[in-house]
Design a protein around this ligand. Structure first.
Ligand code: TTP
Ligand code: MG
Length: 402
């Protein structure tokens, strides 16, 4: 095969399917996975529940209204992670280049697999079968000339789909789709596009890179190419990040409690930022301390829910610190997040408070990108203060409510 062929594999209703697999009573029923708290959000819903209009990121309360007979289940991340590892192990062998995207999806460059399989659909069927035999779960597969179209294809006949978009059909398949389906078009860009009269991807095809500049900036050329189904991005093998940490050795040993906590806060901030940059969240937090005598200790805690927030990393470390007896000065402090999951697992568990924090954190990331570290340092404390206030106000409110 001289042409490039990309495959995208994505499990169907992943968390919900795992729950149905492990509990017979849930099979064929509307299963909704998410935090049970009043403010929780749906992580995912089985296809039976989707028939009622329930979908990912919807507030649980709304899901209950739409689907009162739904069975609401708490997520079991450990199980999903273990299943995910098995799936990725299977997929790995079907590709020259393999790029895991999240727990339940991956891109595969299958351009060189032509000798082993008589056709593209034969590769698709083989991978679906092996995944099913290994984890007893169903995947949907898309095969296309590039990543953008492969991802679109895997979604076209879900669940249990196998869709191939051949060379030459890119433009016509994309033309009738709403602009939101174009890779990289989120809510904000969608609004801009619609305001300027672009409704379908076909409308973008009829435009020009110059005309698209006010909307896409320096991505205009790429957006224009994408609208024609042109996308040259390679499948990039995973860097496989196992943990993200930050530590410093101090010129003078720290003895003051407040100074120690401040350093932990700083490291937690750096780690949280890096997690967000990689769209990861950590479930295990480790605090490392090296004393003046070079004695080094590490203490870890595994959280109920993965986090990419400074505040939560910091609080975990302060909890760990309280269990460490400090009899001498400290020459090194390190904070590490491990047991990493894709950050999108977080929304399912967001309380409003967490969501606010996450938004504030992302805003800080943007400020830092624009104005550099100093701005962040200042802003970081300001935001922390503001959040502390909101928390206080909320406590007040709750007290009043009682
Ligand atoms: P998706 O692949 O987007 O969704 P899905 O596998 O549940 O359903 P399908 O692919 O058939 O449409 O996400 C994979 C898992 O990631 C999902 O099972 C739960 C989790 N997830 C969240 O926790 N929050 C979210 O907002 C989304 C979209 C997914
Ligand atoms: Mg999926």
């Amino acid at each position: 095969m001289s042409r490039r062929w990309i495959m995208h594999v994505d499990m169907d209703a992943f968390y919900a399917s795992v729950e149905q697999r492990d509990n017979k009573e849930l099979r064929g029923k509307p299963v909704i996975v998410g935090g049970r708290s009043k403010r929780g959000v749906v992580a995912t819903a089985s296809y039976e529940a989707r028939a009622f209009g329930v979908h990912s990121a919807m507030p649980i309360s709304q899901a209950r209204r739409l689907c009162p007979q739904g069975i609401f289940v708490e997520p079991r991340f450990d199980v999903y992670k273990a299943v995910s590892d098995q799936i990725h192990q299977v997929m790995l062998h079907y590709a020259d280049a393999y790029e895991p995207i999240s727990l339940d999806e991956a891109f595969l460059d299958i351009s060189g697999m032509g000798k082993q399989y008589p056709s593209l659909s034969a590769i698709g069927r083989a991978i679906k079968r092996e995944i099913f035999e290994t984890v007893h779960l169903v995947a949907s597969v898309g095969i296309a000339p590039n990543k953008f179209l492969a991802k679109m294809a895997s979604d076209m006949e879900k669940p249990d789909g196998l869709t191939i978009i051949p060379y030459g059909r890119e433009k016509e398949i994309l033309a009738p789709l709403p602009v939101r389906r174009l890779w990289g078009v989120g809510e904000v860009t969608e609004k801009k596009l619609i305001a300027r009269g672009y409704k379908t991807i076909g409308d973008i095809q009829k435009s020009s890179p110059q005309a698209l500049r006010p909307i896409f900036g320096n991505q205009a050329q790429q957006a224009y190419f994408l609208s024609y189904g042109r996308d040259d991005r390679p499948v990039e093998p995973d860097r496989d990040i196992k943990s993200i940490g930050d530590e410093s050795t101090y010129e003078e040993d720290l003895t003051d409690r407040a100074a120690i906590e401040r350093q932990i806060a700083m490291h937690a901030d750096v780690v949280a930022q890096r997690l967000r940059k990689h769209k990861l969240a950590g479930r295990t937090v480790t605090l490392k301390i090296r004393f003046a005598s070079f004695r080094t200790i590490s203490r870890s805690v595994t959280l109920e829910f993965p986090t990419d927030l400074q505040e939560e990393l910091y609080q975990s470390c302060i909890g760990l610190l309280s269990r460490i007896v400090i009899r001498e000065g400290i020459r090194l402090i390190g904070v590490t997040a491990s047991n990493l999951l894709p950050a999108m697992d977080m929304p399912s568990l967001f309380s409003e408070e967490r969501e606010k924090r996450k938004k504030a954190a992302l805003a800080m990331d943007r400020i830092q990108k624009q104005f550099g570290k100093e701005a962040l340092r200042k802003g970081f404390w300001v935001v922390e203060e503001a959040l502390a206030k909101t928390a206080e106000e909320k406590e007040e409110e709750e007290k009043k409510g009682e």
